[in-house]
Design a binder for this molecule. Structure first.
Ligand code: F6P
Length: 561
């Protein structure tokens, strides 16, 4: 338990100091802070691996940072961090270690799960050899599929891999596959199906030849209803498409599984020889660098996958060893807390200036909101402080022509991350070469406009008069972090994801919540199971409230049942 757990975060002197500081600071004027302090940009920029991270456009002074770092020290963020890296069972409500960092540890590292040494005590075996054994199996399998050596039931090579999974078993690989498209094989395409809405599978299978299609069923638990339903339908589609002589052996050529649950995989009818394993110390939303990334690995190839893992590891090491004042995830986490608690900010925007990162905000939504969307602390006591923000965003420049108006002139404070790259990922045709500078000019311009705005005097100096002046004035002082990297490579993607994973960790540590469970998603699942028979069989479902009962009745009427 950290100090926040013992006394309550909002009763800690460090919290009070921050509240007082916020009051004294009043409205921060970034123009003034920059004008007075030529070293500000340099002093508030840190490096993590290839990531150049500029925090200078935040509503902070050196004193703010000092107080935030005091809060981190008082809540023992680094203590919990070290416990995580050591394999302690910091996911207390599920009694599990949190070791996604072991997934990208080098082959010769040694990491053991505390409490797995027998009778619930001691330390277990070194997990790193098992991690690399699975990576090696994945690599061999991926190469066989990519080269055409792995053939389907009729002897034809695989042309499309369809990943069936949801949440952490979908968002990470789907996001990374899109992010790393230029690295992907053009011989084997990867598609992703997640939604139990049949239209998702319907569209994913459109135009595919069953003889050339391989399914990866990815599910940590292998009991997730959406995934199992989609996998069953996919199997029926396969058997129907392959014709009458297709049997269970045919299924084995076209279905592999990724899971922690061998018994359920076997019960589904997938040969466990075709199963790629991971472990209960990997949370679903922290799992795409485990075997959950199998389809991604087929797409981008084992070497690129390993480069991505090395990128993750670089930022893990940064987080583990960089001093607090230069520790990027720590600073990102603390700044989020600053806005969340002391500026009433409700949300956080992630704005990648890369079309390839189109799914990155959606991926971060699960990472952040499933982790820190909690309202009781580690001891089950209601928290009296704000926890996880609403995370959202889309790639620039598109968002500029949609919701940036609110960012610039709305009444809500929305701290934002602007993410950009010095070079485009793909070698673009000469005709497109100028696009990248224009894209990045927009990123830099947005950071500037948000921070420094445009004063009424500047507006008037442009000849605007009278009533129009306030409409054309920008108050500025809208905080952003700018993250600049050389290029969106597999390694840089790994670095970015690890940066956000650890940022989420830092915030959960300060708020004294368990960032690694997700009990909040259970109730809806249970209720859906209860309601379903009322829709399909017209069964009487007791205990339905009047609103839901009427909706179900109307649904049945509309369905003609
Ligand atoms: O319902 C939430 C959740 O448990 C996520 O945490 C997880 O990523 C997702 O469902 C999918 O779970 P599984 O990989 O076990 O199918």
């Amino acid at each position: 338990m950290n100090a926040a757990g013992r006394t309550g975060l909002d009763r800690m002197p460090e919290w009070h100091d921050l509240a007082k500081h916020r009051e004294e600071l009043g409205e921060v004027d970034l123009r003034e802070l920059f004008a007075k302090d030529p070293g500000r940009a340099e002093r508030h920029t840190v490096r993590a691996g290839d990531l150049h991270i500029d925090f200078s456009k935040h509503l902070i002074t050196d004193e703010t940072l000092r107080l935030l770092l005091d809060l981190a020290a008082a809540t023992d963020v680094t203590g919990l961090r070290d416990a995580m890296f050591r394999g302690e069972r910091i996911n207390t409500t599920e009694d599990r270690a949190v070791l996604h960092t072991a997934l990208r540890a080098p082959r010769d590292a040694e990491i053991r799960v505390v409490g797995d040494g027998g009778d619930g005590g001691g330390v277990g075996e070194n997990v790193v050899p098992a991690v690399h054994a699975v990576l090696d199996r994945m690599g061999a399998f991926a190469e066989r599929v990519r080269s055409g050596e792995w053939t389907g039931h009729t002897g034809r090579r695989i042309r499309t891999v369809v990943n069936i999974g949801i949440g952490g078993s979908d968002l990470g690989p789907a996001m990374a596959y899109e992010a790393l498209r230029p690295y992907a094989s053009r011989e084997v395409a990867i598609r992703f199906v997640s939604n139990v809405d049949g239209s998702d599978l319907h569209e994913a299978l459109r135009g595919l030849d069953p003889a050339e299609t391989l399914f990866v069923v990815a599910s940590k638990t292998f009991t997730t209803i959406e995934t199992i339903t989609n996998a069953r339908s996919a199997r029926a589609w396969l058997l129907e498409g392959l014709g009458p002589d297709a049997d269970e052996e045919a299924v084995a050529r076209h279905f592999v599984a990724v899971s922690t649950n061998a018994a359920e995989v076997a019960a589904f009818g997938i040969d466990t020889a075709n199963m790629f394993e991971f472990w209960d110390w990997v949370g679903g939303r922290y799992s795409y660098d485990s075997a959950i990334g199998l389809a991604l690995m087929v797409g981008i190839g084992p070497d690129n996958f390993h480069d991505m893992l090395a990128g993750f590891h670089t930022v893990d090491e940064h987080f583990r060893t960089a001093p607090p004042a230069a520790n990027a995830p720590l600073l990102m986490g603390l700044l989020g807390i600053w806005y969340n608690a002391f500026h009433d900010a409700q949300s956080h925007a992630v704005l990648p200036y890369s079309h390839y990162l189109g799914k990155f905000p959606a991926y971060l939504q699960q990472l952040d909101m499933e982790s820190n969307g909690k309202s009781v602390d580690r001891d089950g006591e209601p928290v009296r402080w704000q926890t996880g923000p609403i995370v959202w965003g889309t790639p620039g420049t598109n968002g500029q022509h949609a919701y940036y108006q609110l960012l610039h002139q709305g009444t809500k404070l929305v701290p934002a991350d602007l993410i950009g790259f010095a070079r485009p990922v793909a070698e673009l045709s000469p005709r497109l070469r100028d696009h990248h500078d224009l894209l990045m000019a927009n990123l830099f311009a947005q950071g500037q406009a948000l921070a420094f705005g445009k004063t009424a005097e500047e507006v008037r100096a442009e000849g605007v008069t009278g009533e129009l002046v306030p409409h054309r004035t920008f108050r500025g002082n809208r905080p952003t972090t700018t993250i600049l990297a050389p290029r969106l490579t597999p390694s840089v993607l790994g670095q970015l994801v690890a940066l956000y994973e650890h940022k989420v960790f830092v915030q959960g540590a300060v708020w004294n919540i368990d960032s690694f469970d997700q009990w909040g998603v259970e109730l809806g699942k249970v209720l859906a199971k209860r309601v379903e028979p009322a829709l399909t069989e017209g069964a009487e479902v007791s205990g339905l409230d009047a609103s839901t009962a009427a909706l179900v009745a109307r649904y049945r009427e509309l369905r003609g049942r």
